[in-house]
Design a binder for this molecule. Structure first.
Ligand SMILES: Nc1ncnc2c1ncn2[C@@H]1O[C@H](COP(=O)(O)OP(=O)(O)OP(=O)(O)O)[C@@H](O)[C@H]1O
Ligand SMILES: [Mg+2]
Length: 251
């Protein structure tokens, strides 16, 4: 197998919030690499700083210390796709309007961006809902729009913040399979955040287990199980037990 280049190198990231005279340390010397085209899962407990970390990767927030190095230099606007923990769709825009947004912002002409957005709407299984508004969609459908929107930006890096956390178990399993199918079709570097150990093993090429706050990388697990993975496979369960025994958290 070819040696994969690091797409992102994160070194010694630190982040502390000051609130009413109290320091609230969230990230402490967080370091890791993300390889080109890998599906990296960050597995961590609630409130450990997962969203803060993704926001820093997307430059929506600044760290207090440390650095992030991107292969090929700092990504330009639109080169990072973000699937938010809460759907974050524009409520007044249709499915098509939401998905084509980033292309519109980049000045892509209407015909081209419509065709591109349609491909991603079809890919996430929302054909026929192009004209629907977010309020007319279920949670799973809204998150499909979020995924289509992130992919339509043609970003090479996809940051996904617990995208399936708000979904019922059945829809969640379905969406996990969908995201793997999409990743197979459209190779991207994915950083996927979850607090669910089964989801991490089901999806990830590699898992980084994060400690509770102040958070840093506690352990790395390479998931070399063949796909499609089965939750009942003894190797799957053995890895699950290894991860769970490495944490005092209920995940
Ligand atoms: N702008 C902010 N100002 C002050 N504190 C903040 C800010 N943003 C986040 N925090 C704090 O940082 C900690 C980590 O928040 P974050 O949202 O990253 O957690 P998380 O791991 O994503 O949790 P969850 O699993 O619930 O989504 C929390 O304790 C939160 O209160
Ligand atoms: Mg979060």
């Amino acid at each position: 197998m070819a040696v994969l280049e690091n797409k992102i190198s994160v070194r010694n990231l630190c982040k502390t919030y000051e609130m009413k005279g109290n320091s609230h340390e969230v990230l402490r010397n967080m370091s890791f690499d993300v390889r080109e085209n890998e599906f990296l899962v960050l597995l961590g407990p609630g409130q450990c700083g997962k969203t803060v970390l993704l926001n820093i990767l997307a430059e929506l927030e600044q760290p207090d210390g440390g650095e992030i190095v991107f292969a090929g230099g700092r990504p330009r606007m639109g080169e990072i796709g973000f699937v938010f923990q809460k759907y974050a769709l524009f409520p007044w825009k249709t499915v098509m309007g939401n998905v084509e947004m980033s292309l519109k912002l980049r000045g892509v002409d209407k015909e081209t961006r419509r065709a591109a957005a349609q491909e991603y709407i079809d890919m996430v299984g929302l054909s026929g809902f192009e004209k629907a508004l977010p309020k007319q969609l279920s949670g799973g459908m809204k998150q499909r729009v979020g995924i289509a929107r992130a992919y339509a930006s043609e970003a090479s890096i996809m940051l996904m913040d617990e995208p399936f956390g708000a979904l019922d178990a059945q829809t969640r399993y379905q969406m996990e399979d969908e995201i793997l199918r999409i990743c197979e079709k459209k190779k991207r570097t994915v950083v996927f955040v979850t607090n669910n150990v089964e989801e991490a093993i089901y999806l990830g090429d590699r898992i980084l287990l994060l400690s509770s706050r102040p958070s840093s990388v506690k352990e790395e697990y390479v998931v070399d199980l063949p796909r499609p993975r089965k939750h009942t496979d003894p190797a799957f369960l053995a890895l699950r037990n290894r991860i769970v025994s490495n944490t005092d958290l209920n995940i």
